[in-house]
Design a protein around this ligand. Structure first.
Ligand code: LMR
Length: 396
């Protein structure tokens, strides 16, 4: 039977990990897969994660199933973190959350649940969007359509075109929005854009589907949550996939959450049951460990405050690197061509290079980035920044 299957090219993002590891060049630079790196190039385990693990281990008495919704402390903790404890969606008891195996698990279960509610419904995704959105959402049965988003000429948002598209949507349509730190382009909606999207969702009747994978890595936890909070305070229904991979550094533990906002408690409860039933048919129940750690951190005031500091340090490092890159490129190129790096947010930016230039950077300099010229800013450090800037300038 397997002879009918075709060999696939490596995944456009994950394939870079293997290629980078196999490269013997001591000067190699990894700006590929979106993981945070510190100044030494390591992806550290957060101190608060170690402490949360120790707390959890000390109290752990059983390895029995965690149950379909996952760890209740995690679920409540994530709702309060994302929406804020006083948000009307929380106080109105309209939110329901399940722990999921990573943001991807949450996205897939969300898509499959939505496809039960509205088979084959159109889901509008930004152009461009994270490459894995297409299989995660499309293979669940939803119909992928794109809305204008990134403007390569200005390295900013096609705000007017985006809103003009949303004005044409109808009830039953879904709109995928990156909550903050857009992957791959680093361009986010302004608060005014979020306000306009929320108003249009009500006017046109489309349902927002938010992917929040980088909360806290843009401007700060509160600022980064503006859009999701605004939507949840405005629209009758929405669905949210969130991830703890980046902001808790728990990548391989696969920790994410799926949250539904219902028109009322009863409908949220029904949607929550459906979500759990969909998950049961895919992986049955979420893995426990990573969610248990996050649950301990978020439910311990001291630990939670310390985690916010660790998160701020990661964010500040990324934003500092954005400043440094902008300055170094300006000095080398003699123009403001790369100033957009400073204006964008989160881990990613497009350099605006063609595929051949990206291939040259890899072949000649062992600098790894996605073919679209997306770089993971966090992969830059004081040892490789000049090498990287010089190499990019050599292919311009
Ligand atoms: C990325 O975009 O590099 C990350 O989200 C990792 C992944 O799974 O693609």
């Amino acid at each position: 039977m397997f002879e009918t299957l075709k060999a696939l090219a490596p995944d456009p993002i994950l394939g870079l990990m293997a290629a980078y590891r196999a490269d013997p060049n001591p000067k190699k630079v990894d700006l590929g897969v979106g993981v945070y790196k510190d100044e030494t190039g390591n992806t550290p385990i957060l101190e608060t994660v170690k402490q949360g693990e120790a707390l959890y281990r000390a109290a752990e008495t059983s390895k029995t199933y965690v149950g379909p919704p996952g760890d209740p402390d995690f679920d409540r903790g994530m709702e309060q973190l994302i929406f804020g404890a006083d948000h009307p969606a929380l106080t109105g008891d309209r939110l329901r959350t399940v722990q999921a195996p990573g943001g991807c698990g949450a996205l897939r279960v969300a898509a499959a649940t939505l496809n039960r509610a509205a088979p084959g419904a159109a889901i509008w995704v930004p152009d461009p969007t994270w490459a894995n959105h297409v299989p995660l959402l499309g293979d669940a049965g939803l119909t992928i359509k794109t809305y204008p988003y990134y403007d390569g000429a200005t390295q900013g948002l096609k705000g007017e075109e985006m809103l003009a598209t949303f004005k044409q949507l109808k009830a039953g349509d879904l709109v995928l929005l990156h909550g903050c730190c857009h992957n791959p382009c680093g361009v986010d909606l302004s608060p005014e854009h979020w306000d306009a999207v929320a108003a249009l969702a009500v006017e046109r009747g489309f349902t927002p589907f938010v992917d929040l994978a980088y909360l806290g890595l843009g401007n700060g936890l509160e600022q980064d949550a503006y859009g999701v909070r605004k939507l949840a305070a405005t629209v009758p229904e929405m669905i949210l996939a969130s991830s703890c991979s980046k902001n808790f550094g728990l990548y391989r533990e696969r920790v994410g959450a799926l949250t539904v906002l219902g028109r009322n408690t009863a409908e949220a409860e029904i949607a929550w049951g459906q979500v759990q039933n969909v998950a049961r048919g895919i992986y049955s129940m979420p893995p426990n460990y990573g969610g248990a750690i996050v649950g301990r951190i978020l439910n311990d005031a001291k630990l939670s405050a310390a985690w916010r500091e660790e998160l701020a340090a990661m964010r500040d490092r990324i934003n500092g690197l954005r400043d440094q890159l902008t300055q170094k490129f300006a000095a080398k190129v003699g123009s403001n061509r790369f100033d957009f790096i400073r204006r964008q947010l989160g881990m990613f930016s497009f350099l605006g290079l063609g595929k051949e230039q990206v291939a040259t950077l890899k072949g000649r300099y062992s600098i790894y980035m996605v073919d679209s010229s997306r770089i993971n800013v966090a992969g830059v450090n004081s040892k490789n920044i000049d090498y990287f800037v010089d190499a990019v300038c050599s292919v311009l």
